[in-house]
Design a protein around this ligand. Structure first.
Ligand SMILES: [Zn+2]
Length: 460
C-alpha cells in the first residue's frame, strides 16, 4: 500500500519514495527544555509517532531523530529566575519531557541529539558557510547572509526581496541586511559559552538542527517535520544553512507541518491564562484520551482543544474497552497482531487519522457483534488497528479501574462489593444501597449484569 504525504515544499501530496529504502531518515524539531510543555507541544510528537509506526511497517530501518534544544536564552532566563545552574533546568525539563511523551504513548525517537553535544559540528558548519560566502562574522556574531541564497523563502512562500528589505523593526548594526539571521553570538561570562574562531559564544537556534541532521542522518534526509509555526523562519533558515553548506544538495525531500492547537477557539498563550501543561492534564485525565483528542483532527488543520473533546474521547475509549472487556476470555492468535487494511489505508493517505479512527470504531462495532467463530479475528483486528495508532494499549480492566481523577484502592472496592453481595443475599437492600452510595462517593461506578457486578472508576 503506497504512502502519500503532502509536501509543504511543493504544496501537493506526493507518493512517498525514500532515497534509500534501507535507511529512511526523519527529523522532527524537538522542545526547548526550560519548562513543562503544553498540550499543543505534544500534537506533533503524537502525530509523527503514528507516522513513524506507519513508516516502520514499510521501511523497518527508519531512523527517526528528534532533538533537544538545551542552549537558548529562554533557558538562561529560567535558570536566573530559579537561581540555579543552567544544567539543572535543562536536565529537569528534558526528563519531564521524556516522561510526558512516554505517558502519551509516544515511543522515544531512535536518536535524541542535544545541541550542546554538537558544538563542534555546529562550528564546522558555520566555518564552511563563511568560506563559501554565505555567512559573515561581525562584532563577535556570525550571520547568515540571506541575499546569498536565491531560493530563500521558497518553503514559506515569502518573497525574499521583501524579507531582505521589508523589516521595519530596529535592525542590529552588525547586520548587512535586516533579514540576515544569527548563526553564532557572543557570550558574557555569566552565560553558557564555547570557544570558537569568533570568540567565546553560543550557537543561534536554527543552526543546531542543520548540524544535527548532518551528523546523524546525512546531508539529504527524507522527511523533516514540525509545527507550522516553525515553517518561518526556523525551517526556512535550516534549508538555507544546509543547502548552502552542502553545495546546493537538497536538504529535506519532504516537509511535513502540523497545524496548531487552539483552546476553545483561542490561541493558547500565557497572557490568556489558558496554557494547559501536559503533566497537569495527565493528573486529571487518562493519557490515552489525551492522545485520542490529538489524533481526532487531520494533522494539517488546526485542532481545537476543549473539556468536551476530552470527555468525548473518554467515552469513545470506554466503548472500545467495553468491547475488549467482553472479549477478555477470547485468546489472541500467536502471530503478531494483524494491521487492518482500512486503518492502514487511511494513514497511508496523508496520515488521515480521523479516517483511521472512524475505521477503528467500525472494527469495535464488528467485534461487538461478532459470533463465536469470528470473535478471535475481530478482537485481533481491533487491537492491531489500535496499536498502529498507539491506542488500546492497556488491559481493558486496567482502563476501567485506573486513570480517573482519583485513584481508588481496588481491594477496598472488592471488599465493599463482597459486603454488598452478602447484604443482597440476606435481602438487606438498605445496606446494599448504602454500599453502592459509598462506592459512588469514591468515584466508583458499578454495573450489575449477567456476568456479575463490574466496576469502573468515573473518569470525567
Ligand atoms: Zn529545527
Amino acid at each position: 500500500m503506497p504512502i502519500t504525504l503532502y509536501n509543504s515544499l511543493t504544496r501537493r501530496p506526493e507518493p512517498f519514495a525514500p532515497r534509500d529504502p534501507q535507511r529512511v531518515t526523519m527529523y522532527v524539531c524537538g522542545p526547548t527544555v526550560y519548562n513543562y510543555v503544553h498540550i499543543g507541544n505534544a500534537r506533533g510528537p503524537v502525530l509523527f509517532d503514528v507516522l513513524a509506526n506507519l513508516l516502520r511497517r514499510h521501511y523497518p530501518q527508519l531512523v527517526y531523530a528528534r532533538n533537544i534544544t538545551d542552549v537558548d536564552d529562554k533557558i538562561n532566563t529560567a535558570a536566573k529566575e530559579a537561581g540555579c545552574p543552567i544544567s539543572v533546568i535543562t536536565e529537569r525539563y528534558t526528563e519531564a519531557y521524556r516522561q510526558d511523551m512516554a505517558a502519551l504513548g509516544i515511543a522515544p525517537p531512535d536518536i535524541e541529539p542535544k545541541a550542546t553535544a554538537h558544538i563542534e559540528p555546529i562550528i564546522a558548519m558555520i566555518e564552511s558557510l563563511i568560506a563559501s560566502g554565505h555567512a559573515y562574522a561581525a562584532s563577535g556574531h556570525v550571520l547568515f547572509e540571506v541575499g546569498s541564497y536565491a531560493a530563500y523563502g521558497a518553503l514559506s512562500g515569502r518573497d525574499p526581496e521583501e524579507l531582505i528589505a521589508g523589516a521595519r523593526v530596529e535592525v542590529a548594526p552588525y547586520k548587512k541586511n535586516p533579514g540576515d539571521f544569527v548563526l553564532w553570538k557572543p557570550s558574557t561570562p555569566d552565560l553558557p559559552g564555547w570557544d570558537s574562531p569568533w570568540g567565546i559564544g553560543r550557537p543561534g537556534w536554527h543552526i543546531e538542527c542543520s548540524a544535527m541532521c548532518e551528523a546523524h542522518l546525512g546531508e539529504t534526509i527524507d522527511i523533516h517535520a514540525g509545527g507550522v509555526d516553525l515553517q518561518f523562519p526556523h525551517h526556512e533558515n535550516e534549508i538555507a544553512q544546509s543547502t548552502c553548506a552542502h553545495g546546493g544538495k537538497v536538504f529535506a525531500r519532504w516537509w511535513l507541518h502540523n497545524g496548531m492547537l487552539t483552546f476553545d477557539g483561542r490561541k493558547m498563550s500565557k497572557s490568556l491564562g489558558n496554557v494547559l501543561k501536559v503533566h497537569e492534564l495527565l493528573k486529571q485525565h487518562p493519557a490515552e484520551a489525551l492522545r485520542l483528542v490529538l489524533l481526532r483532527g487531520h494533522y494539517r488543520q488546526p485542532l481545537d482543544w476543549s473539556d468536551d473533546a476530552v470527555t468525548q474521547a473518554v467515552s469513545t475509549l470506554d466503548g472500545w474497552y467495553r468491547v475488549l472487556r467482553d472479549l477478555a476470555e477470547v485468546a489472541l492468535p500467536e502471530a503478531p497482531l494483524p494491521v487492518p487494511a482500512a486503518v492502514e489505508a487511511a494513514l497511508c493517505d496523508d496520515l488521515n487519522t480521523p479516517q483511521a479512527l472512524a475505521e477503528l470504531s467500525q472494527l469495535a462495532d464488528a467485534a461487538r457483534q461478532a459470533d463465536a467463530a469470528g470473535r478471535q479475528a475481530a478482537k485481533a483486528a481491533l487491537l492491531g488497528g489500535g496499536a498502529l495508532l498507539g491506542l488500546l494499549q492497556q488491559d481493558a480492566e486496567a482502563w476501567f479501574k485506573h486513570g480517573g481523577a482519583t485513584e481508588v484502592d481496588a481491594s477496598q472496592v472488592e471488599s465493599l462489593l463482597e459486603q454488598r453481595r452478602n447484604a443482597r443475599a440476606a435481602r438487606d437492600f438498605k445496606r446494599a444501597d448504602a454500599i453502592r452510595e459509598e462506592l459512588s462517593a469514591m468515584g466508583v461506578v458499578i454495573e450489575d449484569g449477567a456476568q456479575g457486578t463490574r466496576w469502573s472508576v468515573a473518569k470525567a
